[in-house]
Design a protein around this ligand. Sequence first.
Ligand SMILES: Nc1ncnc2c1ncn2[C@@H]1O[C@H](COP(=O)(O)OP(=O)(O)OP(=O)(O)O)[C@@H](O)[C@H]1O
Length: 300
Amino acid sequence: MLSVDGLTFGYGKRQQQIDGISLALGAGEVLGLLGPNGAGKTTLVSLITGQLPPRSGRVTLQGEPIRLGHRDIALVPQEYAFYPKLSVLENLRYFGGLLGLEKSELQTRVTGALADTDLGGCASVRSGALSGGLKRRLNIAIALLQKPKLLLLDEPTANVDPHSRAFLLNAVRQLRASGTAIIYTSHLLGEVEAIADKVAVMDRGQIILQGPLHCLLSEQHNRVEMKLDSTPDDALCQQIALTPTANPWYQCNLDACGLNLAEAIEAVERAGVGIQQLHYGSRRLEEVYLKCLAGAEANP
Ligand SMILES: Nc1ncnc2c1ncn2[C@@H]1O[C@H](COP(=O)(O)OP(=O)(O)OP(=O)(O)O)[C@@H](O)[C@H]1O
């Protein structure tokens, strides 16, 4: 559906903020776009939506080159993109009107966007008076009026309370289920882990890691997380290099103790400690992210 090939871009003649980026996204897939401040995420998003022209490379949607104002691409920007003095409904009618829809279709889409973002209860409220979470929802509602095939969300949950965040994540899941391709930039790795099918990590204008989320998380590694039913004694902690993480969870470092998984489990059981739960061979996205950025820093 979306294909980005060899994209480069610089804000100034001698600058290169985007340096040879390629990625692909299918219908109903969510790409989590990660990277530290200034990595180039927003710039890449602006290139994909056609707001910025690439220096080289190309972006196509369903085989067609993208252009600014493409009907099938909608952007939910970081900043609030509506008129604060207008009510929620007036904003939706205004932005829907820009799409040049027939009156009945416009009404259907406004009603649908209100329902999808659960903003029906505040349709007549002045947009500037909404809470931060509801403003974010209005930003999304405006993008949904387009019924886009590709939706780009640039840090949609920044400064949003947990309840509104859960709502927004659920809305993203529903859009994905309806076949919308989604690019989701965020600094909240747990959030990306919860919704993304694919992840791309950017650093200094390049993608330094990308792949399906489950592949990135399931790379074999040497840590075993154990939930124990009693406190292990010092001897056991030493024997299997066990350190407490969050009570009653402990982490065993197989490299440090020189044991394999079966031997470590046996040692715990022999010490009379029960294992209630065990995680092995899966890494949290945060760990994957920090490791790949540390690697990029070491080899600039
Ligand atoms: N309008 C601009 N003119 C010149 N340089 C810019 C402009 N916008 C961004 N930059 C620079 O381009 C680089 C990438 O910025 P960008 O905003 O795309 O990063 P980001 O990954 O989205 O960061 P953040 O996570 O803070 O939003 C940074 O070095 C930034 O200073």
